[in-house]
Design a protein around this ligand. Structure first.
Ligand SMILES: CC(C)(COP(=O)(O)OP(=O)(O)OC[C@H]1O[C@@H](n2cnc3c(N)ncnc32)[C@H](O)[C@@H]1OP(=O)(O)O)[C@@H](O)C(=O)NCCC(=O)NCCS
Length: 214
C-alpha cells in the first residue's frame, strides 16, 4: 500500500540528483527488456529541464523521493502533432521506485495529474509511450486512453505512440463492485475517433519497427 506516501508539487529545494537516480531505478526494468526510455539514462540537466518545463509532482516517503510525474502545456514545436494543440496537456517523466511498483502509487500520481487538468478545464490529457510496450499501453487503455498518433523522438531508438483521453466528456460513475472502467461505454468520443482516423491514414502501410538493441 502507498498510504504513508505524500504526493506534493515539486519544489526548487528538491534534489535533482535524487530524482534522476529515482528515474534511473524506475526505468531500469523496461531498459533491461530492450525499451530504453530517455529517463533510464538522462543526466541531471535533462531531469531539471523536464521537471521545470511543466508542473511536476513528487511522491515522498519518510523524506525520500519515491515517485514522480510531470504534466506539460502544449508545445507548438513538438514533433508530435497532437501535442501542438491548444486544448491538450501531456504528461511524462512518470516513474515509481521499483520497490513500490504495483502498490497503487503510480495510479495515485497519475490521478493527481488528471485532477490538476480537470481543475484547469483541460480538454485532452495525452501521453506517449513505446509502441512495443504492451503492458503500459494496456494500463493506459484501462485508464481510458486511446491511440491518436505516432511519433519518432530523436532521443530514443524506438517509435512511440501518442495516447489521449478526453477529460471534458461527462464521466460515468462506476457501479459498486466492478463494471466497465471505460468512461465512454456507448462508443468512442467523436473528437478522439477523428484524431485516430487521421493517424491511421498518416501511418497506413508503415511497418512496426521493434526497438534496436545496442
Ligand atoms: C508505470 C508505473 C509508473 C506505474 O506505477 P505503479 O505504482 O507500478 O502502478 P500501480 O501500482 O498504480 O498500478 C497501475 C496499474 O498497473 C497494473 N500493474 C502494476 N504492476 C503490475 C505488474 N507487475 N503486472 C501487471 N500489472 C501491473 C496495476 O494492476 C494497475 O492496473 P489498474 O490501474 O488497471 O488497476 C511504474 O510501474 C514504473 O515506474 N514503471 C517504469 C517506468 C515506466 O514505464 N514509466 C511509464 C513510461 S510511459
Amino acid at each position: 500500500m502507498s498510504d504513508n506516501i505524500l504526493i506534493r508539487p515539486y519544489q526548487p529545494a528538491d534534489s535533482i540528483p535524487e530524482i534522476t537516480a529515482l528515474l534511473h531505478r524506475a526505468y531500469a526494468k523496461p531498459a533491461e527488456q530492450g525499451v530504453r526510455f530517455w529517463a533510464s539514462r538522462q543526466d541531471d540537466s535533462v531531469t531539471e529541464r523536464r521537471l521545470k518545463k511543466g508542473t511536476s509532482f513528487l511522491a515522498v516517503r519518510d523524506g525520500a523521493i519515491v515517485g514522480t510525474i510531470s504534466v506539460y502545456d502544449p508545445d507548438k514545436n513538438s514533433a508530435a502533432e497532437f501535442y501542438r494543440r491548444e486544448d491538450v496537456r501531456y504528461f511524462g517523466q512518470f516513474g515509481v521506485d521499483p520497490t513500490l511498483q504495483g502498490t497503487g502509487l503510480g495510479k495515485r500520481l497519475y490521478q493527481t495529474v488528471e485532477d490538476h487538468c480537470q481543475k484547469n478545464n483541460v480538454r485532452f490529457l495525452a501521453l506517449d509511450t513505446c509502441e512495443n510496450a504492451a503492458d503500459l499501453i494496456a494500463m493506459y487503455q484501462r485508464w481510458g486512453f486511446k491511440q491518436v498518433d505516432r511519433v519518432k523522438w530523436e532521443v530514443v531508438d524506438f517509435r512511440s505512440i501518442i495516447m489521449a483521453k478526453e477529460l471534458t466528456a461527462p464521466s460515468i460513475p462506476l457501479p459498486e463492485g466492478g463494471g466497465s472502467k471505460h468512461p465512454f461505454p456507448c462508443g468512442e468520443e467523436p473528437a478522439l475517433s477523428k484524431a485516430k482516423e487521421d493517424c491511421e491514414r498518416k501511418w497506413a502501410g508503415v511497418r512496426s519497427v521493434p526497438p534496436r538493441s545496442e
